[in-house]
Design a protein around this ligand. Structure first.
Ligand code: AGP
Length: 369
């Protein structure tokens, strides 16, 4: 087992550090040699294939569901196709409005999650065309779906998903660019910028590992607080949800994610002196709004860790600690911003003496309902 951990103390830490390679392996053959086109030889769709569906449904559980929330924003922004994202266990019992003009995308690291598999079967029964994004070749979900796009994260042993999530985002983003190129709804230059941003990711993720010591220090400092809040807007809200899940599942700290604009609708009542708030501020379109949310929680004496992009000198004026990720296109940013959150959860679990790779009550793959 020590050899499998590659010198790291836990599988989770190894898998966090596997991400540059996992991401590289996942975009692998999906970018044309000239860097201009997203390529999916396993699909080989035409514009007519894309025109055959008028909506996309994404179903998944847990971290894969969070990847679905980001993928929705990718597809809606780049291909302008409406996307709904459903928790698989809810979808299957919801008498859904799926039909033969629906593309159903299921996302699953293991390809064996029973609710996701059942949701896929239900969507197919209702006539949907289906596409699986999974990490396990030959898994039940890949066999059930009409088409499969693989993430190439390699085996993920730790119950807490890390490299599966980042590779799901890469696959989702590439697929969104693919759709946008096929249906002509995406600005051509934007598509090329995103593809070159994806190619940069392995190096950029490496750079983020520099924050390791900071995250360790925050975890030591705040690891014994009973609650933590994650705030974000737009894509950052989806990343906040993933950060909160990671923290609660391995450190057992009660963590909640909120859309910045929702604070005033209830959550602000929970913010008091010393409560840690992790605020994501990587999305320029909503940056000013996020700063005002940070001010709202600071006014209640929360302790704020801001996650921003390098070169943003404003953020540090409003927060107690700032963590910078490399500056990147807004679609690439979530794939970077999640890495410090993974490290924070990891070190919080260590601080609290929790069993990082095998958190209580949880299994790696949920194959019974
Ligand atoms: C994430 O850290 C989890 N342990 C969990 O939410 C997981 O993502 C979920 O069970 C879905 O698994 P899957 O991707 O294998 O379908």
């Amino acid at each position: 087992e020590a050899a499998e951990k590659g010198g790291y103390e836990h599988f989770m830490l190894k898998e966090i550090h596997d991400q540059p390679k996992a991401v590289r392996d996942t975009f692998g053959t999906h970018i044309s040699e000239d860097g201009k086109t997203a390529v999916f030889d396993e699909l080989n769709w035409t514009a007519d294939d894309v025109a055959a569906f008028n909506k996309i449904l994404i179903v998944a559980c847990g971290t894969a569901y969070h990847a679905g929330l980001v993928t929705k924003q990718y597809i809606e922004s780049l291909a302008r196709i409406p996307v709904s994202v459903e928790i698989a266990s809810e979808y299957r019992y919801s008498n859904p409005l799926t039909d033969d003009k629906t593309l159903c995308i299921v996302i699953s690291q293991s390809g064996e999650t029973s609710d996701t598999l059942a949701a896929l079967k239900e969507a197919k029964r209702l006539g949907a065309k289906s596409l699986a994004i999974t990490n396990v070749v030959g898994s039940s979900i890949s066999r059930e779906a009409d088409n499969t796009v693989y993430t190439w994260a390699g085996p993920e042993i730790s119950v807490a998903s890390t490299k599966a999530y980042t590779t799901q985002l890469v696959a989702g983003l590439l697929f969104a660019v693919y759709l946008g190129q096929l249906n002509g709804k995406m600005d051509a230059q934007l598509g090329m910028d995103i593809l070159s941003g994806i190619k940069e990711l392995p190096n950029l993720i490496h750079e983020i590992f520099e924050v390791d010591e900071d995250m360790k220090a925050f975890a030591k400092h705040y690891g014994f607080k009973s609650d933590a809040f994650f705030l974000g807007r737009a894509i950052d809200y989806a990343v906040a949800m993933e950060g909160a899940l990671k923290l609660k599942e391995i450190s057992y700290i009660h963590a909640e994610a909120y859309a910045g604009g929702e604070l005033k609708h209830g959550t602000l009542a929970l913010i008091e002196e010393g409560v840690p708030v992790i605020a994501l501020a990587t999305q320029e379109d909503v940056y000013d709004k996020m700063i005002s949310n940070i001010r709202e929680v600071k006014a209640r004496e929360a302790i704020v860790i801001g996650i921003g992009m390098k070169g943003d000198d404003e953020l540090s004026k409003h927060v107690d600690h700032t963590i910078y990720v490399p500056r990147a296109n807004k679609f690439i940013a979530p794939i970077l911003a999640v890495v410090p959150l993974q490290l924070l959860a990891y070190y919080a679990a260590i601080t609290r003496g929790a069993d990082v790779d095998k958190p209580r009550n949880l299994a790696k793959s949920v194959t019974v309902e």
